[in-house]
Design a protein around this ligand. Structure first.
Ligand code: ADP
Ligand code: ASP
Ligand code: MG
Length: 486
């Protein structure tokens, strides 16, 4: 029996319908934003909500900076940053709840800050900001925000229950980019959350964080609260997962780069996964994986504009074949691997093995008679990799590249799309053009300094103003949320 039919069976046997609502950093940035979250969670709905929340906006960045300051011997400055964060959280607490409830919330926040201060002292003592310490420190942001949201909901009359994500999301020990251990995680999620939901309570948990089987804190990678929401939604076989953020949905490109970007009404899991993988910050790259597996539809919605219908991401979305969105992934490096003698098949195997041993993922690969070109998102392990391949191949790399990607079901089947795209960027030096590996995307590499311009020109070429600006749905009439994931 496949995952999907099991999911349907379980959902059918359950006594409640449920929605996982994830609120990102800007959606919980201050007391006003958290009040909006409370209103959204308390709205009449056929679904029982479970909430996953990010840290207050920029808190994770500040914690990261404090960690580096402590490691570099500037413990006082690190403590001062933590003190500012404490004041910010206390201010929000005071604006959200009154009286004794506020007193006990502030005491709980103080306890968490004490733990974080101890982590900073440990980092300073070790003179190193290890991946383990990073997870201990950064995860604090979500612990703090979940406490604030929990109390705000209770003050608003919602029977909220605070859930420790470390008790539910069980991961491997790959600190700073951990992967869930699915069976254990699903068991824990069902054991902890289902009784709360059945009792009509609203679970609130921090995103981004998890813990190993031994309870050592881990995190799922920057932006990982989207992934948490999808893990929870899939584990509970929720009816839907809602990603509440600061834009109207998935747009035809990052609205920060093109203010005339339009909302995409509907897209497939695969299209959204490609966009996330190729750099669209609106979703963590792994977000769609659990949702796809359990066939739970995902909605991207704007917490500042909740009446906007957002973007619906479903298993299958028939398409007329147009470009749905354009994205770019910065900070990419191109690695040239040139065999010392000739290009033997063993070289390819060895290259894969070496990259795997160094836990270095490859974004893209292109092979020709004489050499191999690889794209990677980090260069840290490349000197060691080059050393290991010495004698077999010479390895050189160039930094500061960006991968630009056009996404849409079947774009590859429409040769005029590639023609139009390359005409638009005709005078920009492009490399690593990749059109055949997937039906759904066309990608190419440019210098990072030309990435914004390339995206803007492509956006103009494919989404110029001849269409109504409020919404873009090239294939809306043909879209349908079909039951099965293929
Ligand atoms: P959150 O804090 O809610 O997780 P993020 O900042 O991580 O929000 O993601 C939302 C941001 O993603 C938007 O403000 C926007 O600038 C950026 N973004 C990049 N590409 C896209 C896109 N194609 N559609 C919508 N937003 C995008
Ligand atoms: N707070 C974490 C980050 O900023 C996770 C998230 O917001 O999704 O990376
Ligand atoms: Mg995010």
């Amino acid at each position: 029996m496949n995952d999907l039919s099991e999911a349907s069976r379980e959902a059918a046997s359950r006594r409640f319908e449920c929605v996982v609502m994830k609120f990102g950093g800007t959606s919980v940035e201050d007391a006003a934003a958290i009040r909006r979250v409370c209103q959204l969670a308390a709205r009449p709905s056929p679904y029982r909500p479970a909430l996953v929340v990010s840290a207050l906006s920029k808190v994770t960045d500040h914690l990261m900076n404090a960690g580096w300051a402590a490691a570099e011997g500037r413990l006082e400055s690190a403590r001062a940053s933590l003190q500012l964060l404490r004041q910010r959280h206390e201010t929000v607490a005071n604006e959200l709840v009154n009286g004794e409830e506020c007193g006990s919330l502030v005491r709980e926040l103080a306890e968490e800050f004490k733990l974080l201060e101890n982590v900073l002292s440990k980092i300073a003592w070790e003179k190193a900001f290890t991946p383990q310490s990073q997870d201990q420190l950064l995860g604090g942001g979500e612990v703090l925000s979940s406490k604030l949201v929990h109390c705000a909901l209770r003050a608003a009359g919602v029977d909220a229950a605070l859930v420790d994500a470390k008790q539910c999301i069980v991961t491997d020990a790959a600190h700073t980019r951990a992967t869930p251990l699915w069976v254990e995680t699903n068991e824990r999620l069902n054991a902890v959350l289902v009784p709360l939901l059945e009792a009509g309570r609203v679970p609130v948990m921090g995103g981004f964080v998890g813990a190993t089987r031994d309870g050592i804190p881990t995190t799922l990678g920057r932006g990982g609260s989207d992934f948490s929401a999808s893990i929870v939604g899939a584990g509970l076989h929720a009816n839907r997962i809602e990603i509440w953020t600061d834009v109207d949905g998935i747009m035809t490109t990052d609205p920060n780069l093109c203010p005339d970007a339009r909302r995409v009404a509907r897209m497939s899991f695969d299209e959204a996964a490609d966009l996330a993988y190729f750099g669209a910050k609106v979703l963590h790259p792994a977000t769609l994986v659990p949702a796809m597996r359990s066939n739970v539809p995902v909605w991207v919605l704007n917490s500042r504009n909740p009446e906007c219908p957002g973007t619906e991401i479903v298993a299958h979305c028939e398409s007329s074949g147009g470009v749905k969105a354009i994205t770019s992934k910065r900070g990419v490096a191109i690695v040239d691997v040139e065999p010392v003698r000739w290009f033997a098949p063993e070289l390819l195997r060895e290259v894969f093995d070496v990259f795997e041993r160094h836990q270095h993922t490859l974004d893209l690969l292109s092979a020709s008679r004489g050499s191999l070109a690889l794209l990677v998102s980090s260069v840290t392990a490349l000197p060691a990799i080059a050393e290991e391949l010495k004698g077999m191949a010479n390895v050189r790399w160039e930094n500061h590249k960006a991968l630009v990607c056009l996404v849409g079901e079947q774009v590859r089947r429409h040769p005029e799309i590639a023609g139009q795209a390359f005409r638009a960027v005709g005078d920009i030096d492009v490399r690593m053009i990749c059109q055949g590996a997937s039906e759904r995307n066309i990608s190419f590499l440019v210098d990072e300094s030309r990435a914004v311009e390339a995206v803007q020109r492509l956006h103009r070429a494919f989404f110029s103003t001849s269409q109504p600006a409020a919404e873009y749905s090239p294939s809306l009439a043909m879209c349908q949320a079909e039951g099965a994931w293929q």
